[in-house]
Design a protein around this ligand. Sequence first.
Ligand SMILES: CCCCCCCCCCCCC/C=C/[C@@H](O)[C@H](COP(=O)(O)O)NC(=O)CCCCC
Ligand SMILES: Nc1ncnc2c1ncn2[C@@H]1O[C@H](COP(=O)(O)OP(=O)(O)O)[C@@H](O)[C@H]1O
Ligand SMILES: [Ca+2]
Length: 535
Amino acid sequence: METELRLESSLWVGNKRYRAVLSGWHFNWTEVDKKNRDKKTISVPVAEVVGVEEGRVEILPRKSVEDTDKDFTVFYVKRSSSGSSYGLLWRLGRIQFSCPSRVLRDQWTKHLRTALKTHSPLRPNRLLVFINPFGGKKKGRKIYHSLVAPLFELAGISSHVIVTERANQARDHLLKKDLKGFDGVVCVGGDGMFSEILHGLIGRTQQEAGLSENDPTVALQPCPLHIGIIPAGSTDCVCYATVGVIDPVTSALHIIIGDSQPLDVCSVHQASALMRYSVSLLGYGFYGDVLAESEKHRWMGPLRYDYSGTMVYLSNRSYAGIVQYLPADPLLSSPRDRTRCLSGCSVLGVSLNVASCLSFCAFPGEWVSVEGRFRCVSLTCMSSSCPKSPLGLSPSAHLADGTGDLILVWDTHPLGFLKFLYRHTSTQDQFDLPFVEVHRVKAVRFSLPSERDTGQEMTNEQKMATPFLCGLCCSKVPAKSVWNCDGEILSSTEILCRIHGQLVRLYARGIEEGAAVHNCGKENDKCQMGCTLIK
Ligand SMILES: CCCCCCCCCCCCC/C=C/[C@@H](O)[C@H](COP(=O)(O)O)NC(=O)CCCCC
Ligand SMILES: Nc1ncnc2c1ncn2[C@@H]1O[C@H](COP(=O)(O)OP(=O)(O)O)[C@@H](O)[C@H]1O
Ligand SMILES: [Ca+2]
């Protein structure tokens, strides 16, 4: 049995005396003062101690060390509300203690360091860091060197940094180079950069396990290395949906303390070839068109999505398609149950087993099939919340339950579609519209109806409702859209998608919410459930 590391003594902070206690999972200190009648204690979980240094140490604005005999400095995670976002910002807290003797100081630093190792086994020692210098507002390098690297250094993490010189360099490195000695891979960039790391690590893991990624029925091997995301992109959806804020310091602290969040991944196949993996948005129709349009305007930076979104909305397109899906167990959860997947969420699941995946061919009866014209067809393994849409594409989706949410938006009047889109920016239910359906699924297949049905002439009504782009200059609606797969355009339209439960792990812990109302009626720190009602 593990022996409890306990240490208790009087310590000084400035000219005030404190009772400091290290016991079990916590380190806390209480001012010993008659005026502190309510005995206000600051308590830090040992797992959230970032580092312990001898002497009086500061790291911001730059590192300074006053090497004294009887002092030690503790750095820890301090939370603050993030204002506009749902999650909490993490900042580096610092406290400098003075001991009556050097012996006691050494005892404190030794005990705290041992406790750290015992209580957070997943803390990384060595990281491989990829920086995309062109992501988002092109600030990746600056963000890493000024905000993240000093924290890694403080925590004793050594990192090998690669600033990418081309697209797919990070993916290729992970597929081919020696990864021995690394505990995790960090990407500094956006969802596209994350996707490179995802493909590199999943591919490498399957190669080493001798599994074929091209076979959609194969049970893929989970990746051993953790992934950390330092947000420096345009949408930063994966970071937002797993941490709750877009903040490099918060993300760096999650990496340092070795937080671990499993994540579902969707594999996308065409015939018997793997096309790509997706974790956030796999979208056909509106989201595919927005991505295709936005690629022409990359020079605009993150604003390209706002511009292209407006243009594509005004082009008023819908597309014919056949969607088949394998529903998940409705007794376990539903995309409309108004729960949210928050830190400590208990809605977990495993991957679709091989037999039920094969049953797509063998037992078509389990699959549901719908056909018609759609504004958009989207599949997401997580909420896909992002700063544009704080509750996301599917607010009750779960990060690690082995399912995805399929959102079908049938063709509708332009104002109806605008209402649907607009609801993503507030807490209004975007699924509570007559032309929208949402299904929790384990697999999806998309195909096109026969050719003569797709190149339809525009009706006069459609022409009137289409004041820009194709409506004014063309007489045909484009026959097909493209798939937006986490920000990459897929080269095929007809695809088979399968959700793999918990295929990768991130240095994150899900969204920590400030003042939330829980299903169990208890407050945040007492709730055992993890899931809360939508605010
Ligand atoms: C009238 C107001 C309309 C607001 C619509 C809001 C809907 C927003 C949902 C966004 C979901 C985003 C899911 C994430 C997608 C990213 O993977 C992808 C690539 O990101 P990056 O690598 O950072 O460039 N981003 C997009 O495809 C952008 C979609 C924007 C749609 C308007
Ligand atoms: N050095 C580079 N030059 C050009 N493209 C790159 C480079 N490094 C990464 N990329 C690619 O840039 C794309 C977008 O990167 P990302 O970091 O997601 O930024 P954004 O969120 O602005 O799209 C990714 O698909 C990635 O493959
Ligand atoms: Ca999921």
